[in-house]
Design a protein around this ligand. Structure first.
Ligand code: SAH
Length: 214
């Protein structure tokens, strides 16, 4: 059984300082990153790198997102204690744990069964309790639990899936990297039933959001 020690806490504190230098401002996000034991979501072989700003393989040809990307997307959601958030792409569950640590009520969907099972086990072991984890296709969102205060997509989407926009509350935000090889982070704020305000932020590189046929 891997442990979380003072040494790991020290590495997390340094990571939080790095994220501050990179202009992450939300104390709620920084506090969560300072608490979630990222190394326990990775293969033990990567433990010494767990608190560097790097992406890593998590099996099934997928990667855990960079800590900066997790922090940036979490900040862009502008959600907090008690907000209802849908995550598309649970992966190993690290981003899910960060949102849980922020007091967010999290629903998350993962399309790869091995990762869905892994995240479920890992989150429970670490006492994180997202409201529900689903094995399924994130392009459709989660109609039965809509509307959401925020929706975060953690894979590169070739286009913005319509159901995700329609499942936002008025005042809610969709944070989604859009593009093929590289992606531009898009944030859609639902201003009223019919109007969405779009903002874009910098380039990122994610694994692709896969459809039914891939
Ligand atoms: N949130 C993760 C990032 C995982 S990488 C973290 O904390 O690091 C992106 C994840 O999206 C992968 O696990 C991949 O399997 C998943 N994914 C890809 N297409 C998907 C889809 N259509 N629906 C749900 N999950 C999808």
């Amino acid at each position: 059984m891997q442990q979380d020690t003072f040494r790991h806490q020290g590495m997390r504190n340094r990571l939080v300082e790095l994220l501050r230098e990179k202009e992450i401002k939300s104390e709620a996000v920084l506090n969560a990153i300072g608490k979630v034991p990222r190394h326990l979501f990775l293969d033990p072989a990567f433990e010494s790198h767990a608190y560097q700003n790097k992406a890593f393989p998590i099996g099934a040809a997928q990667t855990i997102s960079h800590p900066f990307t997790v922090a940036f997307q979490s900040e862009m959601l502008a959600c907090g204690q008690g907000s209802k958030v849908l995550e598309i792409g649970t992966g190993c569950g690290y981003q899910t744990a960060v949102l849980c640590e922020m007091g967010i009520d999290v629903f998350s969907i993962e399309r790869q069964h091995t990762l869905y099972k892994y995240a479920k086990k890992q989150l429970a072991t670490l006492n994180y309790a997202p409201r529900q984890l689903f094995f399924g296709d994130g392009y459709k969102g989660l109609e039965e639990e809509a509307p959401f205060d925020g929706i975060i997509v953690t894979a590169g989407a070739p286009f913005v899936p319509k159901p995700l926009l329609s499942q936002l509350k008025v005042g809610g935000r969709l944070v989604i990297p859009v593009g093929d090889e590289t992606q531009v982070m898009h944030v859609y704020l639902r201003e009223d039933q019919k109007t969405f305000k779009k903002q874009t932020f910098g380039e990122f590189r994610f694994v692709p959001l896969l459809g039914d046929r891939n």
